[in-house]
Design a protein around this ligand. Structure first.
Ligand code: ZN
Length: 133
């Protein structure tokens, strides 16, 4: 199977801790140490107070389905269609988009509990969500 497409061509000062955590199967978010906002995607600046100060927190990996879609048109050889993409509201607040690790026919309900697991590629790991229960 082809390797996953890389969202960023190179890791940089702002994104390296995020990608290194993913290599260890941990989902990390940045928390502003000035105003407390937890943010995702990774970036140098707090979107609320514009502070550069932040700390990294490790997500519980637990969340609830906020929305989803079934992808039927294949866009990359590493992701054979059909598959389901979830928008998950994590316990820490940020919303994360990732694939549901289940057949596309699997029923999904808004508000369903999910947890993160990891799919390993040659060069990086990516989060996938699994329905609880
Ligand atoms: Zn802030």
């Amino acid at each position: 199977m082809p390797d996953f497409p890389r969202p960023y061509p190179e890791r940089d000062r702002d994104t390296t801790p995020f990608w290194e955590a993913q290599d260890q199967h941990e989902l990390k978010f940045q928390r502003c140490t000035k105003c407390g906002v937890v943010r995702y995607l990774v970036g140098p600046l707090c979107p609320e107070c514009h502070s550069f100060e932040h700390e990294w927190i490790t997500s519980s990996g637990k969340g609830t389905v906020a929305s989803y879609t079934v992808v039927r048109q294949q866009t990359h050889p590493a992701f054979p269609a059909p598959y389901t993409i979830l928008l998950v509201e994590m316990e820490e607040g940020p919303r994360v988009v990732a694939r549901l690790d289940a057949p596309a026919e699997t029923p999904v309900e808004i508000g369903a509990s999910v947890h993160v697991e990891w799919e390993d590629g040659d060069k990086q790991s990516l989060p996938v969500f699994v329905l609880d229960g």
